[in-house]
Ligand binder design. Structure first.
Ligand code: PLP
Length: 467
């Protein structure tokens, strides 16, 4: 019989259907075939329930995205209402739709400076992909056809399309089985103060990073570099907060060489750092282009956007004869746009940016207390974007061997205590919804501390050397 005839599949049925048929992103084949995936069936606020009814506090925030929290009836009604009224209409053939037009105008209101133009996409990867193409289009229209290249940084993550993954360069993502575009893409060093060269001050490290960018421009030629892309805080590459002043100085270098500054704010926008967008409000940088997704709809439906300046528009549109021959069927999707509008309305009405600022500062401080633990080398991040880096030796900052698998074990231990944290290499990463309370921040800190202590004891018993 068809699986759809199973009206009430058991948790075990669901687990088996998934395990036998689904290919999950970034999931090791062997582990998946052995263990399958945890089936999640309900979400409310910051909490998740699995199919067996166990409850977890989701400090991962979905995947940096459930900003207003899950289970909001108002969101479901906005979605249902729009689906009934107009579920789809394309934005290609000289048409638009009401929610998409309203969202475009609302985003122009929220963005810094003259970023008054929007190109809607289906998510973050397609936003980065489209932004990179926009750089080439703009520079070509400026009469600089060679100025097409993109400069990015090591340990960055910009998405999973061919182009966005070639622009990103996270350790572990570059596998032999895939190919990557390499011509016209250059990577600078990761601006990670924790792992800067020994004996170098943070200020000297910053000078060195800026000089590295200048040297690359001198070598390649400013006439070949069209754009520089940066996550204000590198998210999946390890929650890397760059040295003080770094982003602003990189932006100044860009301005001197007519290189467009693309801020990949797929994670840092819509409240994660307490602002609609972090570039200007947190780092004093006015990008030419911002890529956003995730918190734009708080993960209720997929959507992304490229927000760009009037200046870029004017150049691309000059003469009126060109067209931006790139875009997606679901660009400006009416249901996604209605969801984004409701999401923004809720953030404004409940002052969730204010909550992210206030509780975010408390959360950050509580997490930073974990830095005193023997296994913890560094706790970094800002507000609701934090990670804990585990080390074997706090002095040398050496990591544990792979077989220790400590961050996955910490996340497993926390999960058994009702807390989800994301294991990533030697890190455990957190990005809870903006609705988090101080009491919940305490819960995360206390459970994570217990989980780290438990795994540290196990590692010592197993004979791993901890400095
Ligand atoms: N850019 C950044 C900074 C991200 O963190 C991500 C996803 O995590 C992306 C782009 C890709 O977004 P998506 O997965 O929606 O395609």
């Amino acid at each position: 019989p068809s699986v759809l005839a199973l009206n009430t599949p058991s948790p075990a049925d669901l687990w088996a259907m998934d395990r036998e048929h689904a290919l999950h992103p970034w999931t090791q084949f062997g582990t998946f075939e052995r263990e399958g995936a945890l089936v999640i069936s309900k979400g409310e606020g910051c909490w998740l329930w699995d199919a067996d009814g166990r409850r977890y506090f989701d400090s991962v925030g979905g995947l940096w995205c459930t900003n207003i929290g899950l289970g909001r009836r108002e969101m479901a009604l906005a979605m249902a209402d729009q689906a009934e009224r107009l579920a789809f209409s394309n934005t290609f053939v000289d048409m638009t739709n009401e929610p998409s037009a309203r969202l475009a105008a609302k985003l122009a209101e929220l963005t810094p400076g003259d970023l008054n133009r929007v190109h809607f996409t289906t998510g973050g990867s397609t936003a980065v992909d489209s932004a990179a193409r926009m750089v080439g289009f703009y520079q070509h229209a400026m009469g600089r056809p060679k100025k097409q290249g993109i400069v990015a940084r090591d340990h960055s993550y910009h998405g999973s399309t061919y182009l966005s993954q070639s622009i990103g360069k996270r350790p572990g993502d570059r596998v032999e089985e895939f190919r990557y575009k390499t011509d016209g893409i250059w990577h600078l060093s990761v601006p990670n103060p924790y792992r800067r060269p020994a004996k170098m001050t943070e200020a000297a490290f910053c000078d060195w990073l800026i000089a590295e960018f200048e040297a690359l421009i001198a070598k390649v030629g400013a006439d070949r570099i069209g754009g520089f892309i940066a996550e204000p805080i590198q998210a999946s590459g390890g929650v890397i907060v760059p040295p003080e002043g770094y982003l602003k100085r990189m932006w100044e270098v860009c301005q001197r060489h007519d290189i467009l500054f693309i801020a990949d704010e797929v994670v840092t926008s819509f409240g994660r750092l307490g602002h609609w967008f972090a570039s200007w409000d947190e780092f004093g940088v006015q990008p030419d282009i911002i890529c956003t997704a995730k918190g734009l709809t708080s993960g209720y439906v997929p959507m992304g956007a490229v927000l760009f300046s009037d200046r870029i528009w004017d150049v691309m549109a000059e003469g009126g004869a060109r067209w931006f021959s790139s875009g997606y069927t679901y660009a400006g999707h009416p249901v996604a746009s209605a969801v984004a509008l409701k999401n923004i309305e809720i953030m404004e009405r409940e002052d969730l940016l204010g909550n992210a600022t206030k509780v975010g500062a408390y959360f950050e401080a509580r997490m930073k207390e974990l830095a005193a633990m023997p296994l913890v080398g560094d706790v970094r991040g800002k507000k609701l974007m934090v990670c804990v880096e585990n080390v074997a030796d706090k002095e040398t900052k050496a990591v544990l061997p792979d077989e220790a698998n400590e961050s996955k074990r910490i996340s497993n231990a926390a999960e058994a205590m009702g807390l989800m944290v994301r294991p990533m290499g030697h890190l455990n990463v957190m990005s809870p919804p903006l609705v988090i309370t101080e009491a919940q921040a305490d819960f995360v800190a206390e459970v994570l501390e217990r989980a780290i202590r438990q795994v540290t004891d196990e590692l010592v018993r197993e004979g791993f050397k901890l400095g």
